[in-house]
Write a protein that binds this ligand. Structure first.
Ligand SMILES: Cc1cc2nc3c(=O)[nH]c(=O)nc-3n(C[C@H](O)[C@H](O)[C@H](O)COP(=O)(O)OP(=O)(O)OC[C@H]3O[C@@H](n4cnc5c(N)ncnc54)[C@H](O)[C@@H]3O)c2cc1C
Length: 406
């Protein structure tokens, strides 16, 4: 199987890179073994808490100011063309309400999430928080505590519907994705609207868990029209329904551009010769190799097994690329759980062009993008999506420019 580029991954970085390549006329395939971090997304995309404070070696440090801002604009355009409505812009910062009730600075957040331009309060003085009865993956108490301390008056209710009652017979069914399917039915949205209209009182906004539909994306807007009050959502424990919707929309857009997305397959073997990748093989295609001019490794961090911790080392399992980690196992962690943990910065090292290194030599046609990259702590630096998106677009541009030159 021959493509211009083969991308190994399937999450945010793989999809962004694949979409940008396809838009530049470069054919690609994405090989993805399964779930990505988007399935656990908070609904917000974090860029970098403070770009000026990023350490040397951070994957975003090598981007010029021009690249930094033009890749942000390109990402917004991709998201918009993929049908994903986001709040936020490249040159401004807003705050999204976390499931624990904290306002966290975000670059972009999915439309419909409760957000604020002010770090100290939300734009409502009176809210109603409505949760489904027995839905335990949503922390009403934390929200009330935190919003009250910001000066917002809060009331909470629990509601039920016959379809939710059926799910409640088995508590393991009370997951956000299952409840979202209930709200794909128009009659359930209408029934919820009736409850909310009855209960809204003086509230300026009704806050619900982010579970308002799986196939339908605009149910919050629909409820707003039906209830005559703002409707906002706050993240739940995983799975993240809006994160899965985002993954599906990006994939659909990628495929509409001619990209090949092979879900449920895993790259397991690769041949590198004279500083170049010759082919890769996958679990489902052991006899036919994937061949491409360029390969892009976007397999994620420990969470997605793009890197794997062994007894005293960290390994990149597909190509055996060079990785950065602390030699002494005892240095991998610190006792203070609230501090950034050293192991979170472990990952694959690259040259300045994001080409992977093996035995300190660049591999000419192998790029590395996203959370697998060493030198960043997505939580402490607040840069998860920023690293995934901007490194993916940087590589897509390098490949496109190289292609134009040939
Ligand atoms: C649980 C969690 C929640 C997060 N939430 C946020 C958030 O809300 N906002 C934010 O800005 N950042 C968040 N982050 C940071 C996150 O890492 C990035 O935002 C980004 O989504 C990572 O994308 P990625 O494509 O680099 O990696 P991933 O999303 O991890 O994707 C890697 C993909 O590679 C596939 N894969 C792995 N090995 C192989 C193989 N051999 N063959 C084929 N496929 C393979 C995996 O199945 C997976 O689909 C979160 C991270 C985690 C772990």
């Amino acid at each position: 199987m021959k493509f211009d580029s083969v991308i190994i991954g399937g999450g945010l970085s793989a999809l962004m890179c694949g979409i940008a390549l396809q838009r530049n006329g470069i054919s690609s395939a994405i090989i993805s073994s399964g779930q990505s971090a988007l399935h656990f997304s908070s609904g917000a995309m974090f860029l970098a808490k403070d770009r000026a404070l990023l350490k040397e070696g951070h994957p975003l440090k090598g981007l010029s100011d021009k690249e930094f801002s033009s890749f942000q604009d390109e990402a917004l355009d991709i998201l918009q063309k993929a049908g994903i409505s986001m709040h936020g812009a490249s040159d401004s910062r807003h705050f999204i309400l976390s499931p624990m009730g904290k306002l966290i600075p975000a670059w972009l957040s999915l439309e419909g999430y409760l957000s604020s331009d002010d770090a100290t309060k939300i734009p409502y003085s009176n809210v109603l928080i409505a949760n489904a009865e027995n839905f335990l993956d949503f922390y009403t108490i934390f929200l009330i505590e935190s919003l009250s301390s910001m000066g917002t008056k809060c009331k909470s209710i629990e509601f039920s519907l016959p379809d939710i009652e059926k799910k409640r017979e088995n508590p393991t069914e009370m997951r956000s994705s299952n409840i979202a399917r209930i709200f794909d039915k128009e009659e359930n949205i209408m029934a919820l609207a009736e409850i909310l209209k009855r209960e809204k009182g003086e509230a300026q906004c009704i806050i619900l868990p982010a579970f308002l539909g799986f196939d339908t994306k605009n149910n919050a807007k629909r409820l707003e029209e039906l209830c005559g009050v703002d409707i906002k959502v706050v993240g739940t424990l995983p799975p993240s329904v809006p994160g899965i919707q985002m993954q599906q929309s990006l994939r659909k857009y990628y495929e509409s551009l001619g990209g090949e997305y092979l879900l449920g397959d895993q790259a397991v073997e690769a041949e590198i010769e004279n500083g170049k990748v010759n082919w890769i093989k996958t679990k489902n295609h052991t006899d036919i190799a994937f061949k491409a001019k360029n390969y892009i490794l976007a397999t994620g961090s420990f969470f997605s097994q793009g890197i794997v911790a062994l007894n005293g080392s960290v390994k990149e399992p597909l190509f055996g690329l060079d990785t950065a980690y602390c030699e002494k196992r005892g240095d991998w962690y610190t006792d203070n759980l609230l501090e950034g943990q050293p192991f979170e910065e472990f990952g694959v090292v690259t040259d300045a062009n994001l080409k992977g290194l093996k035995d300190r030599q660049s591999i000419d046609n192998l790029y590395v993008v996203g959370s697998i990259l060493a030198g960043h702590n997505a939580i402490k630096d607040g840069c998860g999506a920023g690293v995934a998106v901007l490194t993916a677009l940087k590589v897509a541009h390098s490949i496109s420019q190289e292609d134009e030159r040939e």
